[in-house]
Write a protein that binds this ligand. Sequence first.
Ligand SMILES: Nc1ncnc2c1ncn2[C@@H]1O[C@H](COP(=O)(O)OP(=O)(O)O)[C@@H](O)[C@H]1O
Ligand SMILES: [Mg+2]
Length: 315
Amino acid sequence: MISFENVSKKYDDGTYAVNNFNLHIKEGELLVLIGPSGSGKTTTLKMINRLIPLTEGYIKIKDKMISDYDIHELRWDIGYVLQQIALFPHMTIEENIAVVPEMKRWDQAKIDHRIDELLNMVGLEPKTYRKRLPHELSGGQQQRIGVARALAANPPIILMDEPFSALDPLSREKLQDDLIELQKNIKKTIVFVTHDMNEALKLGDRICLMRKGEVVQTGTPEELIQQPVNEFVREFVGIDQGNRTTVDVREAIQPVTAEELNNLPVVAPTVSINEILSLLSEHEQLAVEEMDKIIGTIDRRGMIRILSRQMEGMK
Ligand SMILES: Nc1ncnc2c1ncn2[C@@H]1O[C@H](COP(=O)(O)OP(=O)(O)O)[C@@H](O)[C@H]1O
Ligand SMILES: [Mg+2]
């Protein structure tokens, strides 16, 4: 869906913000770009919709060079959510959401219907919120409107630059959970920037870890945990995946009926990270057995959630 081929961004002062970057982002995946501050995440994101021009290499969207797209078409067909709440302060919530549909000249009835649909989608009652101004909403609610606005004209691609970092931990966790739910239904291609590995593990189908403008490793959360390519990845991921490191899976198990159990591999409630990730790479679910009794099942999402929580606790 989005391909970077040997892409670099060199500033006039000679700084390479991004250096020989290669990545293929698949249709419908949520790809997380992560790395320390200054590693080139924002630059990489902004090159996709040409907010920053690249200086070497090329980027293709659906096999077409971004330079060959009409700039309006490109911007309107790519939703963009920023960290700083970027709603227009003097416009109501409905006006904020309607910006792109209006530029696309949708008729009013269609826009109206879409606003209701989007507000419901992000969990804000249309009747209550349509006519409000941004400052009459909490930070978390404003970020929800930011997400709704990015989705408004139904773009196939959404770029999100640290969208939840300014929020308090509770709102942030709630918005992360809601994004996972939302993505199950909308299946957009999402490029999500964060510097928080906990967030990356929780949200990412795949994670691309950057340092100094370069890709260090791209892979699934499990791959980064189990097969870090170097010490930098190991430290950044922050989970020692050694055989002796165990995890308690009880908090993420789901109830199960006897029929559903057919021949699932069985694990104990306390199990090594390595063992459970290896099993989950081959089986959708595992049965968890405690004192000769199956107490439920665990799947990949549940396991990643536990690891990501465990890291939160170590901070
Ligand atoms: N206009 C500019 N001129 C020179 N260097 C810049 C400019 N904008 C950004 N940079 C540099 O590019 C690098 C990458 O920045 P950025 O993409 O914002 O990183 P991140 O989003 O990962 O924190 C940083 O070293 C930053 O200082
Ligand atoms: Mg940034």
